[in-house]
Design a protein around this ligand. Sequence first.
Ligand code: BDR
Ligand code: CA
Length: 313
Amino acid sequence: MPNKIILDTDPGIDDALAIILAVNSPEIELIGITTTYGNVEIEKAVRNTFRILNFIGRLDVPVYRGAYKPIIEEPHTIDVIHGSDGLGDIDIPAVDMEPAGDAVEFMIKAVNMYPHEITIVSIGPLTNLALAILIDPEFPNKVGKIISMGGAFGLTPYGYGNDTPVAEFNIYSDPEAAKIVYDSGAEVYAIGLDVTNNPKTMVSPEEREKIRVEGGRIGKLFYEMTRSLAKLSHGIHLHDPVALSYAIDREILSFKKYWVTVELVGRYTRGQTILDRREGLPGFLRETPNIYVAYDVDGDAFKKLMWNRVFSR
Ligand code: BDR
Ligand code: CA
């Protein structure tokens, strides 16, 4: 039986690819897409979700509008990566459609209707999920799994910050929300920069060219969306599709359970995900492991999935 999935997203170029991967994966029953501010403001996130669904002919997937700002601070978008429209300023049409409802209400309703059966894949700031947890105290027990793209855990040479020297963008966007989710008792799988920054999961300039030539309609879309980004960085990160791949194929990522917390106050360290990797010896601040964190990725298997489900369409 396919997994019932809610994809919580802030599209975003790599978010757009994750939406396409989700829609094209028979292992997944995508029961809804919830949107959040993040890479772009909430209205653009909703608009881009409809634009992508329209491009692939799947406007039947219900879309919900979520949070417009973090729990405490103001949002900060990153046009320099995702373009001013959030999708690399590509020329695909907008759709005149309204969301089916409120994202947080939908999440709460869904986990109550299908207790333990829903996986929420969060590929943006964790605000919607934190709000669901704050509103419904039973939410963490009723949700199946939470798969979260976010964090930089220091488990590999790639596990350092991207938005700040130590903090990853989704966590830095709303550190309070991330802490609420990590501490909630829900079964959380965090996929951070430790694996999504691994060159094995990135699209090299040569691969990008091959995708343009052999990657069909979506391949061309990818090439266009990443035109500016390709000039900024040697290789394109696929953070969000890597995270989503765990909902499709359990073999691609390897996890271990650790105690993790989120720094909320440090002037230079706010949003840092602090992971305790100490073993054996006694020491201070020892807490029980609370979330699973990805420490390795099978790059070949992930790329194969992307070619089969996204770049060949
Ligand atoms: C995350 O930040 C966003 O820009 C991407 O869409 C991804 O979710 C990577 O740090
Ligand atoms: Ca994202």
